[in-house]
Write a protein that binds this ligand. Sequence first.
Ligand SMILES: *[C@@H]1O[C@H](CO)[C@@H](O)[C@H](O)[C@H]1NC(C)=O
Ligand SMILES: *[C@@H]1O[C@H](CO)[C@@H](O)[C@H](O)[C@H]1NC(C)=O
Ligand SMILES: *[C@@H]1O[C@H](CO)[C@@H](O)[C@H](O)[C@H]1NC(C)=O
Ligand SMILES: *[C@@H]1O[C@H](CO)[C@@H](O)[C@H](O)[C@H]1NC(C)=O
Ligand SMILES: *[C@@H]1O[C@H](CO)[C@@H](O)[C@H](O)[C@H]1NC(C)=O
Ligand SMILES: *[C@@H]1O[C@H](CO)[C@@H](O)[C@H](O)[C@H]1NC(C)=O
Length: 427
Amino acid sequence: MSSVYYITLLLPTLIWNLHLCTAVDKTPLRYRPFRCRNGWSVSQTVRCDGFRNCVDGSDEENCTLPMWLEQPSPNVTVAVGALMNLTCIAGGSPPPIIEWKMNDKQPEANCDWTTEEGVGLLSCRIRLIDSGNYSCVARQPKASLESTVVTHVTVTGNVCKDGFFNEADKRKACIKCFCSGVSSLCHASELYRWNYTMAMNDWRMKYATLQNSGQFNQELGMKVYDKFTDVPRNTTPYYRLPFKFIEYQVDSYGGLLRYEVQIDSTSYQREDPDVILKGYNTTLLFKYKPQLLTGQLNKIAVLLHEANFRRLDGKKTSRDDLMTVLSYIDTFLIRMYPLGGVYSPASTPLVMDASTKLAYHGLGKMSRVEECRCPHGYRGTSCERCDFGYNRASRYLRSGICMPWEWHRAEYLKVSSSTTMRNYHYV
Ligand SMILES: *[C@@H]1O[C@H](CO)[C@@H](O)[C@H](O)[C@H]1NC(C)=O
Ligand SMILES: *[C@@H]1O[C@H](CO)[C@@H](O)[C@H](O)[C@H]1NC(C)=O
Ligand SMILES: *[C@@H]1O[C@H](CO)[C@@H](O)[C@H](O)[C@H]1NC(C)=O
Ligand SMILES: *[C@@H]1O[C@H](CO)[C@@H](O)[C@H](O)[C@H]1NC(C)=O
Ligand SMILES: *[C@@H]1O[C@H](CO)[C@@H](O)[C@H](O)[C@H]1NC(C)=O
Ligand SMILES: *[C@@H]1O[C@H](CO)[C@@H](O)[C@H](O)[C@H]1NC(C)=O
């Protein structure tokens, strides 16, 4: 039942996200006729497109290339929350359509634009992450012209210093932008708290044991079992959470992981961590400090914050460490406790906080989740994913960098003596 629940919630999220990421062309839709010399009319949109749409070909006459008549100033300073209007005007026949670019991409959903008779207006409700380079393009069917001026927009009004963002609804709290190390421009995302849940004994749950129980200082030696009945008796078993609790989890930062533990004896291996997260070769451990009570359900809530975790090497966890792991969790383990001397998967629920743009569930905001301005090749609130046409190359940064497929292809050809082209962009 729970699987159906989150799958049906996931689909609209995807569709909604696509919808939100697009700026809106607010130009009124109306048919603009061009009168041919013989008196007939064709659409203005076919003027000078290289085809004779009028019988006499007059729609291909007197074409002039676009040229700039007005461009915005090169420096614009705007306060957060204000409207920023930019104007580009181009002459030419037919009058060109004006398109806008922000850091060479289409502007995002906080912007609208109109283009009529060569006059292009861009209007954006400015957020912190909207500083950057704005430019316009004048487009005719067979020609386009980039603006010669690039407008550098500076956004003022960050209550934190550069590279930090203000935790939502907390004036004094500033958090460093993580942005996967590829950007330092971020703000608090507009995301609402929600959660997904699963029973601890769900059929998708797997199990694991640790090879170096009690002493953790190097690699995490782990053995995974598909069925609980395969787990050897004399070890401390862990739940190994399935898909949906692993992979991309940056939007759970600052949220809670909740589950319940029942024990009937206080004799258990104390040193073993309760929660283990691993991603990008970084392992973080959480230890539940209070004494577990016997004869009742112990409700365990793990705040996903660096202060609660310890690294495998014993050092303190930084926000970058935790965000790196949350960017791509490949291992998520929760410790089991024995009941009546034996271990068995519990039927109690596991609840993980996450965020959604979709709707308010009455659970408040995810105030510590960042949203970054990502460079080319990256997407995700923290630029934690590679964009379409890009794949991860494991160099420079802990989590690697996103490089276009052509780059991967070239790398593959460098090391490959054969000319067969198999999976070259996964090297
Ligand atoms: C092109 O320009 C000439 C000279 O200005 C004018 O006579 C002619 O009508 C124009 N043709 C069209 C299709 O506008
Ligand atoms: C725009 O700002 C840059 C530095 O921020 C400065 O060097 C440049 O002169 C400014 N240009 C104009 C036209 O104000
Ligand atoms: C920007 O344009 C909008 C309409 O598109 C207008 O209401 C607003 O007053 C303009 N703001 C400024 C600062 O020019
Ligand atoms: C904006 O343009 C300037 C040069 O004009 C460049 O140095 C800077 O990196 C650009 N910023 C972005 C975010 O692309
Ligand atoms: C999980 O979210 C639902 C609403 O989506 C809410 O009713 C429920 O209380 C939440 N559970 C927890 C433990 O926060
Ligand atoms: C993972 O990290 C450990 C310790 O920091 C290091 O020795 C090992 O080489 C790393 N492995 C990879 C694949 O990066």
